[in-house]
Write a protein that binds this ligand. Structure first.
Ligand SMILES: NC(=O)c1ccc[n+]([C@@H]2O[C@H](COP(=O)([O-])OP(=O)(O)OC[C@H]3O[C@@H](n4cnc5c(N)ncnc54)[C@H](O)[C@@H]3O)[C@@H](O)[C@H]2O)c1
Length: 330
């Protein structure tokens, strides 16, 4: 069966959803909606589909099986509810919402309507992250001591509705709990607004996980080059991931290879650098294929509403910590 897919909001992100659905085997792109006719025009021309400036009209006329929503975050609740109340499955871009309260309404509505709700935590479909998780679960790092995420770059002027904590830190908050398999129990944040008109644009955060792992978040919209990196140190060495190039390296702690036996030296020493071979894939393709599969098979999406909501809750705790300048317990 080929499912009918539509996209609401074909700006920077949504136009990529349209491209991916148009090339999919088990779904086909039937329509798109956006308030901006200039955004719709190339979509209509490229994919020869109907386009609408009113998304409600699109839902009524096209009756899609599933919809990707990629409108600005402040509109997620309103648009997601309207789609789900028509019995249509939703893929909602991340973050699920700007606040926990709105996110909860979205989660509750999906349950009430009995529709699938997937949220776009795209890095979970990054092949380097998938391989890293496999290696961590296999015990390659041993106990994790510290996990350090760096997500910095220039300010995207189109993001007006939320700050960098809700917009970007939510990626890492979801990933760090997933990778450690442990929950954040407390947070401390230094948060600044340097150039953004209304919201914070710099976060330096410290997380403490229930299993003792320390997390560091270095996230901002103030860096003139885009950097997306993650490193984890643990008993057996260090993993380093570049999200953008999908590179994964392991720096071995040579001490564990026994070369130092007999010497009165304890601890850590520099060993081999191992580059893991990653089969690269566009994360958005993997993510939307996984969603379409969940709809077709009637199974739970890989990253659902509850998990996405947890990332927003942690982001709000960071904001609270930044305001109070004290440690906040989750
Ligand atoms: N997963 C990721 O890595 C990632 C990356 C970028 C953006 N996003 C998310 O995607 C969402 C959109 O971000 P973007 O960067 O594409 O923004 P954007 O401003 O480029 O695009 C948003 C589009 O929504 C349209 N729109 C606004 N109100 C609408 C309405 N009522 N009906 C129909 N269309 C409407 C706008 O005209 C615009 O074309 C945000 O929630 C953002 O957080 C996720």
């Amino acid at each position: 069966m080929v499912l009918k897919a539509a996209v609401i909001g074909v700006g920077m992100m949504g136009r990529n959803h349209a491209r991916v659905y148009a090339q999919m085997e088990h779904a086909t792109l039937v329509a798109a909606a956006d308030l901006d006719t200039a955004a719709l025009e190339p979509i209509a021309r490229t994919y020869k589909i109907n386009v609408y400036t009113d998304y409600i009209q699109m839902l009524e006329a096209e009756k899609p099986d599933l919809v990707s929503i990629a409108v600005p975050t402040r509109l997620h609740r309103e648009v997601a509810l309207a789609v789900m109340q028509r019995g249509i499955h939703v893929f909602l871009e991340k973050p699920i919402s700007a606040s926990v309260e709105e996110g909860q309404e979205i989660v509750d509505c999906a349950k009430k309507e009995g529709v699938k709700l997937a949220v776009g935590h795209i890095e979970r479909f990054n092949p380097a992250i998938i391989e890293l998780k496999r290696l961590l679960d296999a015990g390659q790092l041993g106990r994790i001591f510290q996990i350090h995420a760096r997500r910095v770059g220039p300010f995207p002027p189109r993001v007006e509705d939320v700050g960098v904590v809700i917009d970007l830190a939510t990626h890492e908050l979801n990933l760090l709990e997933y990778l450690t398999g442990s929950q954040v129990e407390s947070v401390y944040a230094e948060i600044e607004r340097e150039i953004h008109a209304t919201h914070e644009d710099l976060l330096t955060g410290i997380l403490k996980f229930k299993d003792g792992t320390v997390g560091i978040l270095d996230i901002n919209w103030l860096t003139p080059t885009k950097i997306r990196e993650l490193s984890l140190i643990g008993e057996r060495g260090m993993f380093s991931v570049n999200y953008l190039t999908q590179d994964l390296y392991f720096y071995e702690n040579d001490y564990l290879n026994g070369h130092w036996e007999g010497l009165a030296i304890m601890g850590v020493s520099e060993g081999r650098r191992i580059r893991h071979n990653i089969k690269r894939k566009e994360p958005l393709v993997a993510e939307l294929e996984s969603f379409v599969q969940a709809v077709a098979d009637d199974t739970e999406p890989q990253i659902g509403g509850e998990e996405a909501l947890r990332a927003v809750l942690l982001a709000q705790r960071l904001l609270e910590s930044g305001r109070k300048r004290e440690v906040v317990w989750v």
